[in-house]
Design a protein around this ligand. Structure first.
Ligand SMILES: [Zn+2]
Length: 261
């Protein structure tokens, strides 16, 4: 609503709204004072509510006083050990067969979950937690984070941490990593994630889907590769493909949280 006209359209007690050109012509402080006086006199409320969004004072993050360091963004782990890492994202189609492969091979996996799958399938993810695996935020609603500002990103990232804490917190299984949906993050993502204790934002250097492993850098695993998989109906074949390729190439699947504490 325009703060200078009443909702009924009647003229205010001063007769006419303060013309915009007057405000432009006045020095800044005087203009604010005059406008505030008019608004107070006419009882038209709270002029500060009408400050346009692009004029609001941005939230200042003082790194000296911020309790958490800004998390690093990475695509693979910096190691010379013959280890790779398996991550499982989203959570929409969990099933017992994948869990059985994880159990059978004692395969460390890191779960990056969204809100709806946690609401739908919490007991299934509890089974992973009982095996010693960790769950991490993948945002509440699987948004492409860089299109949003600080507060929206923080809501998506940290809101999901809260959901995980509420659902699994007693198990100590909620980890401090963020998997950004679509591998899309920016500087604001890291700043927002830092506010709820996120320590790293691991993307990936390879994927396993439809039963096949695809690497960003070539045909063979390299030390520190992070493999992206999803809770889909092909997850059992995907995990089996990673396990078989690792064995064939002399690699071990290691626990991501041991390398990104
Ligand atoms: Zn995802």
């Amino acid at each position: 609503m325009d703060a200078q006209t009443t909702s009924s359209g009647r003229a205010d007690p001063l007769g006419q709204p303060l013309p915009r050109r007057w405000r432009r012509a006045l020095p800044g402080a005087l203009a604010v004072t005059a406008l505030t006086t008019v608004l107070a006199y006419t009882g038209l409320g709270q002029p500060l509510r009408t400050v346009p969004e692009n004029l609001r004072i941005p939230i200042a993050l003082d790194t000296e006083e911020t309790p958490h360091e800004t998390p690093s963004v990475l695509h693979q782990i910096d190691t010379e050990e013959p280890v790779i890492f398996v991550t499982i994202d989203d959570g929409h189609q969990p099933g017992p067969a994948a869990l059985e492969i994880v159990r059978e091979h004692r395969m460390p996996v890191s779960l990056f979950l969204n809100e709806q799958p946690v609401k739908d399938h919490a007991p299934h993810f509890e089974d992973y937690i009982e095996l010693g695996h960790h769950v991490h935020t993948h945002t509440l609603s699987h948004v492409e984070l860089p299109q949003y500002g600080f507060e929206e990103q923080r809501h998506e990232i940290c809101g999901m941490v809260e959901v995980l804490e509420e659902t699994f917190g007693d198990d100590g299984a909620v980890g401090s990593l963020l998997r950004a949906p679509y591998g899309a993050s920016d500087a604001t993502t890291a700043e927002a994630a830092a506010t709820c204790g996120i320590t790293a934002i691991p993307h990936w250097s390879g994927t396993a889907e439809d039963g096949a492993v695809t690497l960003a850098h070539g045909d063979s695993f390299r030390p520190g590769d992070i493999i992206l998989t999803h809770f889909t109906e092909t997850l059992p074949e995907d995990l089996r493909a990673v396990q078989q390729k690792a064995e064939a190439e002399g690699f071990t699947v290691a626990r991501l949280e041991d390398y990104l504490p």
